[in-house]
Design a protein around this ligand. Structure first.
Ligand code: PLP
Length: 483
């Protein structure tokens, strides 16, 4: 038989001063229901009994019952009095929360956690000079006029475009007008705008293999047919077949993603010749050009003679911090207006405040100083990784000479399948990316993309020890040294 609570079961806290009898009774009963002290489906004492017990008017009790009933906490049934509902509003809120959690669990796109060795695409963020940035941001905010709050230039803030043009002429070897610079939220946003702008159904989009798969997906979504071009130690290999007519060719010439090589000069020239003859475009992702820590600086293709068909794509999301979301396109003269019309339609204009702050950060020399510091740290970290691998994993992993970037490919001995290693990564608290993640049509790469930028010396060394254990567990390591 069901237990009906008496008024004594309903332990109501004393009425706080300033609260009416109705408010008090309502919130006390609701709280007892939500906290589970009044169980689902149980009957409440009759309103008359409750009113007498607390010496309040029965009308008040009836009103409170009615309100809780309207809100779904109580159910009144003829002949069985008023009961606690079997499903209260909080249940539905909880299920929304639950749905969110399970979505996060399903899709890694929505999860985040601190980077573990050797997560390859995260820069060092802990050294970012947040004090300088917050001072500049406060100044930018104070200077915003009412006009600035109401609308902005779809190309981006002129101060920032000017500072970028100055940076490019100083560091990337070519001069451009601020009028050719269009601010975006980063490289992927730039790629999306260009795919929408340039691609007609079934256009041929050539790109590096292995390469940046996001670019392939963005262009495929725009209707292009993606055609892979193999990469060797001198960068992308261009087709010898004269009938290969591209609409656009995407390359990462400063630091090929993911292999890290720089595109050799003769191939750069050949790329321009091939694409110009086909009336096609080059999308030059200037990826990681900021992080060249040794060797000669390599100027952008955009700076070569005859590069009128080149769009240069830059980003600050790697050099500063990924959630900044500021990047840019340097577009050929005749494409600036069509690009701006598209931008206006899709996104109006980029957020003004981060642009103004970044413009000051560049113009006052903080950017160049910060890059200098980070470059030194990256170069030290790469050296530590190289040394630890040589010490602990000789014969198991080989890494090439690279002169730039946040990550380095680690080629595995054939007896150590990358897929098997990656499957055990969680167990060793590692985050391992197989090179296959970047393969389009080839399937010959047995290796990992090893990130070093955000990890301290201790983390790198411990990461290599864990990696050696994971390799040992596979039981096929040709290493001679025991770890
Ligand atoms: C090849 C390449 N280009 C560009 C980016 C940066 O893109 P975004 O500016 O959209 O963060 C990445 C990020 O990992 C990348 O791997």
């Amino acid at each position: 038989m069901q237990h009906n609570p008496t008024p004594v079961d309903l332990v109501l806290a004393p009425r706080p001063s300033g609260s009416t009898l109705t408010q008090w009774l309502y919130s006390e009963i609701r709280r007892a229901i939500v906290e589970g002290r009044l169980r689902r489906g149980t009957a409440l004492p009759p309103s008359r009994v409750l009113a007498e017990h607390y010496t309040i008017s029965r009308r008040i009790v009836v009103n409170v019952f009615e309100q809780l009933q309207d809100e779904g906490y109580l159910e009144a049934r003829v002949g069985s009095g008023t009961r606690i509902s079997r499903h209260i509003p909080e249940d539905f809120l909880a299920s929304v929360e639950l749905a969110r959690t399970s979505l996060a669990a399903r899709s890694p796109v929505f999860t985040r956690r601190p980077a573990r060795p050797f997560y390859p695409v995260q820069p060092l963020v802990s050294e970012f000079p947040i004090d300088v940035w917050s001072r500049l941001e406060a100044r930018s905010l104070r200077r915003l006029s009412t006009l600035d709050l109401a609308s902005a230039d779809p190309a981006g803030e002129v101060e920032l475009r000017t500072a970028i043009a100055d940076y490019l002429s100083g560091s990337r070897g070519f001069t451009c007008s601020p009028d050719h610079v269009v601010i975006t939220t980063g490289t992927n946003n730039s790629l999306d705008l260009l795919a929408r702008l340039l691609i007609r159904p079934r256009d041929r989009f050539f790109m590096e293999d292995p390469g940046y798969k996001d670019a392939a997906e963005i262009f495929e979504r725009a209707g292009a047919k993606v055609i892979p071009l193999a990469v060797d130690e001198f960068g992308v290999q261009l087709p010898t077949d004269a009938s290969s007519r591209p609409r656009a060719v995407y390359v990462t010439p400063a630091h090929q993603f993911p292999l890290g090589v720089a595109l050799r000069l003769d191939r750069r020239i050949e790329l321009l010749r091939w694409t110009r003859a086909a009336d096609a475009f080059v999308l030059e992702d200037d990826y990681d050009s900021e992080f060249r820590f040794s060797g000669k600086p390599i100027p952008a293709i955009k700076g070569l003679a005859g590069a009128q068909n080149v769009f240069l794509l830059g980003t600050f999301n790697k050099a500063l911090y990924p959630t900044l979301r500021v990047g840019y396109v340097v577009a050929p003269e005749q494409w600036v207006d069509p690009l701006l019309r598209l931008r206006r339609l899709l996104e109006r204009y980029p957020a003004v405040l981060p642009q103004r702050t970044l413009a000051m950060f560049l113009a006052e020399g903080h950017y160049v100083r910060y890059l200098r510091r980070v470059r030194r740290l990256y170069s030290e970290r790469l050296e530590i990784l190289r040394e630890s691998i040589a010490e602990r994993l000789r014969g198991a992993i080989s890494i090439p000479e690279i002169e730039a970037g946040l990550s380095i490919p680690g080629f595995l001995a054939p007896s150590i399948p990358a897929a098997q290693l990656v499957a055990s990564a969680e167990q060793y608290k590692l985050d391992l990316w197989p090179l296959t993640k970047c393969e389009l049509s080839r399937s010959d790469l047995n290796g990992l993309l090893l990130g070093f930028a955000p990890f301290s010396e201790k983390e790198l060394r411990a990461g290599v020890v864990a990696l050696a254990r994971a390799i040992d567990a596979i039981g096929k390591s040709p290493r001679r040294r025991a770890v």
